[in-house]
Design a protein around this ligand. Structure first.
Ligand SMILES: NC(=O)c1ccc[n+]([C@@H]2O[C@H](COP(=O)([O-])OP(=O)(O)OC[C@H]3O[C@@H](n4cnc5c(N)ncnc54)[C@H](OP(=O)(O)O)[C@@H]3O)[C@@H](O)[C@H]2O)c1
Length: 271
């Protein structure tokens, strides 16, 4: 039985729907949320905590056939922050969405190589086009949380392409995708500091539910990247098909440099 790990499979999330769809296709699916108890198939993960990432990686079986890097945050939906919120000295979206995911992926590379035919699927966003390559190496300036979120997702598009270039030949393939605009709890979290707006949003929930995709539909492109022979190794996808990412995301030299610099950072966590 093929083994998959899907991060961020909380209630009503795209990750939970992805896990369900993969189970229906015969995978054994391991999932994470930030606070689930440890069971045979569930383990807690906080991407912003290097120790938590390492504990999850140590728990994963020796052979892993599919890693779905789905967990992610988009805080400050109202663009109220004028300064970055820092975790470990890094901007919170960069630290959580990119650095934590990159650490997990590197720690699981041997497990993926053991498969002989593995996929790493990074759930990004069309908003990766709000990021810029210059902000991969320097702070987003002037600070804007949407640009910071976009830059964290741009880095994950680069990461998927670079996995393909470095490991495709030895059986580990990288993919990235935009899931669509999906009705999940991501906006609840982004409005946590705005209780009035949060209440208004709950009142408008029936309308939002009608206009946005369900998590099950949102999971389709992830499942396409995870299983389809028509998914493009190294590529970005939308609506269950290969698609063109932003111009910045297509710069292979930037992706290679980012990989090396990120690997140096993850190695420094061990010292
Ligand atoms: N919804 C959309 O329209 C949309 C559009 C484009 C891209 N995306 C991307 O799709 C992915 C899934 O989002 P979603 O809409 O399903 O959001 P969601 O309902 O908020 O689910 C996100 C999941 O990520 C987990 N998570 C949050 N912070 C974490 C951390 N520090 N460490 C580890 N896990 C963490 C959450 O854990 P808990 O369960 O413990 O809270 C949750 O299970 C994200 O990467 C998001 O950026 C979503």
């Amino acid at each position: 039985m093929k083994v998959a790990l899907v991060t961020g499979a909380g209630d009503r999330s795209i990750g939970a729907a992805t896990a369900g769809a993969l189970r229906a296709r015969g995978f054994r699916v391991l999932t994470t949320t930030r606070s689930c108890p440890i069971t045979a198939d569930h383990h807690p993960l906080d991407l912003a905590d290097a120790g938590s990432v390492a504990r999850l990686a140590a728990w994963v079986p020796e052979r892993l056939d599919l890693l779905v890097n789905n967990a992610g945050i988009h805080l400050d939906l109202r663009s109220r922050w004028t300064e970055p919120q820092l975790v470990d000295g890094h901007e919170v979206h960069w630290r959580t969405n990119y650095l934590g995911t990159a650490q997990l992926t590197r720690l699981l590379l041997d497990n993926l190589l053991e498969s002989g035919d593995a996929r790493v699927v990074n759930v990004v966003s069309k908003l990766h086009d709000r990021g810029r390559n210059e902000w991969l190496v320097a702070p987003v300036a002037p600070y804007d949380s949407w640009a910071a979120y976009g830059t964290s997702k741009l880095a994950l598009v680069h990461e998927a392409a670079e996995i393909e270039r470095r490991y495709g030949g030895v059986g580990v393939h990288g993919y990235s995708l935009h899931p669509g605009s999906v009705y999940t709890r991501i906006a609840d979290r982004g409005l946590e500091t705005a209780p009035v707006l949060g209440r208004l949003r709950r009142l408008a929930a029936p309308i939002e539910r009608r206009t946005l995709l369900t998590p099950e539909v949102g999971a389709r492109t992830t499942v396409f990247c995870a299983t389809s022979p028509d998914a493009r190794p190294g590529g970005y996808h939308r609506r269950e098909a290969p698609a063109e990412p932003s111009a910045d995301a297509q710069d292979a030299a930037v992706a290679a440099k980012l990989w090396d610099e990120t690997s140096a950072w993850t190695a420094s966590l061990l010292t």
